[in-house]
Design a protein around this ligand. Structure first.
Ligand code: SAH
Ligand code: SF4
Length: 402
């Protein structure tokens, strides 16, 4: 285990290429921005409100990808919109289906970069794990994504687009004006637990989640969206205020000494600072409980003492503790704790009054489990080396902002 790994590795940023001559993509625009785009494309101010609502519904309720099919718009208008605007979502490069039904998608986003998203079907519901960045600037020592050098922030359209392509694959668009059935959706929950640190791409994540929550569109309630952060303290309050979704935090250790090594951002914002911000979160966002994610690493953070320290630390915070058996990846410097150890740890946490579900690894056979995501970017990396890369700022600030 590296004692002093940098918080940020020598990442290489991928500049987002804005292809010239390509029509403007409307996916990811807020309603207001869509309205502006429609006006620019020739819709009159007087009709803009109505047209925005119509186009929005076609895109986010019916999953339509061309203006030609928007039958409640005049023919001429449809042609004009198609000349100026586009409805683009990531392209599915490969889809792999695990023995347990988990689906892993490799998606190509703008500029030829790739990200992964994972759909996890469960009884009566289904969770989609989406990415917020290509790679991650942080270097958590147990995480495969953290070993990826190339980083670019995803745009709001690329983030919400992940939901849209998976909804295509599940064939689950209700239709314009038709509500979803109240229960039993295939894609009912979203977790921002794929590649990247969502709070280092705050605005795009926020804008994408606003679209995902919109009742006249994708319509996933804020209570069914969970954002996981490694602990970017200054943005936690904004998450409550501006997104209002459920929060999960990658806690993983009960002393600063160990957390410094596992989650190096701890050297910037330590456990005490993080807990202070978390105490405010549920009040500020109206959400119920914060999920404390805790990866179980053999001999590192899994002792009875750790369990007791954990419950002491979080006392007073409405919380549940999600124990994640470590998922291995090639070259990983850790091992998973034994089932007996995980059980003993869970019992102590339970006895203190916290629920402590053990996250059942899903999709391991296709490297789709937590922390195993990493897109093959070698090809791009080589071309980057030729010198087109713009280096990241030396610390962990947001990268490649839109
Ligand atoms: N960057 C965010 C969200 C993505 S990671 C974050 O760190 O919170 C989603 C969860 O998987 C985090 O709790 C992360 O710590 C955990 N994780 C990463 N690598 C893992 C691994 N190899 N095994 C199990 N969990 C892992
Ligand atoms: Fe980044 Fe999260 Fe992985 Fe840490 S655990 S390297 S923050 S994706």
């Amino acid at each position: 285990m590296q004692a002093n790994a940098p918080i940020t590795r020598d990442v290489v940023t991928i500049p987002r290429k804005i292809e010239e001559g390509v029509r403007r993509n409307v996916v990811g625009l807020s309603r207001d921005a869509l309205r502006e785009a429609l006006i620019e494309a020739g819709v009159s101010e007087r009709q803009a409100g109505m047209r925005t609502a119509q186009v929005w519904q076609w895109i986010y309720q019916k999953g339509l990808r061309d203006f030609a099919g928007m039958t409640n718009l005049g023919k001429e208008l449809r042609v004009r919109l198609a000349e100026h605007l586009d409805i683009r979502v990531p392209e599915v490069v490969t889809k792999r289906v695990s023995q347990d039904g988990t689906r892993k998608y490799l998606l190509r986003v703008g500029g030829g970069s790739e990200v992964e998203a994972v759909y996890i079907p469960e009884e009566g519901r289904g969770t989609l794990c989406i990415s917020s960045q290509i790679g991650c600037t942080l270097t958590c020592s147990f995480c495969h994504t953290g070993t990826q050098k190339l980083v670019r922030n995803l745009t709001a359209g690329e983030i919400v687009g992940q939901i849209m392509v998976v909804r295509d694959d599940l064939d689950e668009w209700p239709g314009v004006g038709e509500p979803f059935p109240p229960e039993g959706r295939l894609l009912s929950n979203i977790v921002l637990m794929g590649m990247g640190e969502p709070l280092y791409n705050f605005e795009n994540v926020r804008d994408a989640m606003k679209i995902a929550m919109d009742g006249e569109g994708i319509s996933i309630s804020r209570r069914r969206i969970t954002l996981s952060t490694s602990g970017v303290v200054p943005l936690i309050a904004r998450t409550a205020k501006e997104i209002g979704c459920m929060l999960a935090v990658s806690f993983h250790a009960t002393t600063d000494e160990v957390r410094d090594r596992l989650v190096p951002i701890n050297r910037k914002w330590n456990i005490a600072t993080l807990l202070k911000a978390l105490r405010e979160y549920p009040k500020a966002s109206n959400s119920e409980r914060i999920t404390f994610e805790y990866v179980m690493l053999k001999g590192v953070n899994d002792s009875d003492e750790d369990a007791r320290r954990l419950v002491d630390l979080i006392r007073g915070i409405p919380a549940k503790i999600n124990l994640i058996p470590f998922n291995e990846w090639p070259g990983a410097p850790y091992e998973r704790s034994s089932n007996n150890r995980i059980r003993a740890f869970a019992e102590i946490v339970n006895a203190a009054g916290y629920s402590s579900p053990v996250r059942r690894p899903r999709g391991e056979d296709i490297m789709a489990a937590c922390g195993q995501l990493k897109s093959a970017t070698e090809r791009t990396r080589r071309s980057r080396r030729k010198g087109r890369a713009d280096a990241l700022p030396p610390d962990t600030g947001p990268v490649a902002r839109e």
